[in-house]
Design a protein. Sequence first.
Length: 289
Amino acid sequence: MAVGVPENEVFAAADAVLGRGERPTVERVRLELGRGSPARVGGLLDIWWARLAERLNGETRLPTLPSEVSQAFVSVWQQATHLAQGAAELTLTEQRQVLDLERERLAVVEDQARQDVAKGRQQMTEAVVGRQAAELRLADLELLLSQRQTQIDDLQQQRESLAHERREAQQHNLELQQELQALRLKAEQERVAQETYVRGVEDRAHREIDRAREEGKAVANQVKAASRKSDDLQRKLESAQSELSQVQQRAAAQLARAETLEQQLIQTRKLPETKRKPRAPKNSALAKT
């Protein structure tokens, strides 16, 4: 509601209320105006009542009339003025009471407003403190999130590295299996070749012996020559047996090499994937042999 109502509008409204034969009060004048605060209208209404008395006193100056009529009119007018002043004073007293009540109400409202403002300031301070705490907590959470993200990235890198090492170990394992299979196949081929060679040597030796026996029987008269030839055949037999022994040793070495590679493969499979030793060079067992 507006508080700056002009006094001429308040005075005009009070005159309008009085012209209807009603006593001007704060509520009636406000109703006539349609606006205005009780304090503003009440203060201006006090001034209006004071000026009304002055206006009524001024109306005692009458034009030239017969003395009896003039005196009677003045007497009546003074009585009316006296009654109006009494009514005005009564109205002023009521208006003062209304104003006092309004002032008390405004004081209560003002005190409540001060309390509300103080409470609002306290709430605002608490809100600021809460916001600062929330911002600090948010900063801590963002830092923690960044640290967790860094840890996740490190774990992912470690996982990728372990997966790469696992693939390399599997590839190395496959290569070792292939090498072992190839060595087994080669050893088997060499064993078969050695057995074939030994059988050939033995066959040749047997043929030589048989031939020597046949020659000994056929040439009985040449004992010395046969004896020397027998000695030659004996040396050939010894040489063949020595060659056979060497072949057998090489076959045994090939078998031992195959068993060594197989043991290395078994040990490689038992190693933990995360702590696998560096892969040994290919044909390491062959190099040692």
